[in-house]
Design a protein around this ligand. Sequence first.
Ligand code: ADP
Ligand code: MG
Length: 323
Amino acid sequence: ANSANQIAAGEVVERPASVVKELVENSLDAGAKHIDITIEGNGVPLIRVRDDGSGIGRADLPLAVIRHATSKITQIEDLDHLQTLGFRGEALPSIASVSHFEISSRPEYEEAGLSFTLKGGEEEGLTEIGCPVGTSVTVRDLFFNTPARLKFLKSTATEFGLISDTVGRIALAHPEIAISLTHPQQVVLQTTGRGDLREAIGAVIGYDLARQLIPIQMSDEKWRLEGFISPPNLVRSSKQAQFFMVNGRIIRSPLLSRALAEGYHTLIPAKHHPIAVLHVSLPPSEYDVNVHPTKMDVRFKDEAGLSQFIREAVNAALLRSKP
Ligand code: ADP
Ligand code: MG
């Protein structure tokens, strides 16, 4: 079972940033209002994610980290299903199989918490501990038993950059949750959780920049668009500062990126890109999701219609912002 976990780990856990993503998504699933992330170095020495979510009951804690004996994929048609659900039940066992792993948790209805530790997927101990309601997962020595993975990692700057990018995207997708990212004793990113998107943008890409952004909003029977875009004089040489969420999920979308740029017409110079944080809502029947553990691609049914909608929304926002 452990080698199966390590193989799965190659799929789910590509690098420290993917561990962070999986752990924070679990905190979101658990209904956390506060999520605190601590990183040491490039994430290999330490990744810790603490939340104040539902916690895990005593009986369930070990099960959460042990691969389900009976796989949920029993028939091939389930694969379609799996795509929309993500890789269910894979993340914690995979991460635990390639690290020194500790999970402590307490649900509200229990007096004491439990802490479960594993090394390379082998159980080390299960002990009762005092802890606040919620869950804390600590991952140390990531990939200590998979040297090939370890060798593939880039510099601390690159790996931490990817982590902070991941956390930033999640913070923009969830302005209603207070998220902090700490790297060598320094808070690198912190949102208030007040639900104010402009404020969250400030925390992620800078308050000065956030203040200059233009609100964008449009809706019709099919689509709803909400967020912020930059004025034409505030552009970047990369698309790094473009963030798209579809029904609350972070996605990558060349289509949205193109439609956004087209909305500016000739207002922005060639090879430059607007800054944008766009939340798009649409009926689930309007798109297909292709989930890969490290990214999420969406195929929209009515690409032309959506592009047109985005262009119009951008036009309207730019017009409205004219002094
Ligand atoms: P999945 O999220 O796909 O169910 P995971 O391996 O990521 O699989 O997590 C396994 C299970 O452990 C979850 O289904 C959930 O019940 C529990 N769990 C993990 N992290 C947390 C958390 N932060 N708070 C509460 N429960 C959690
Ligand atoms: Mg999960």
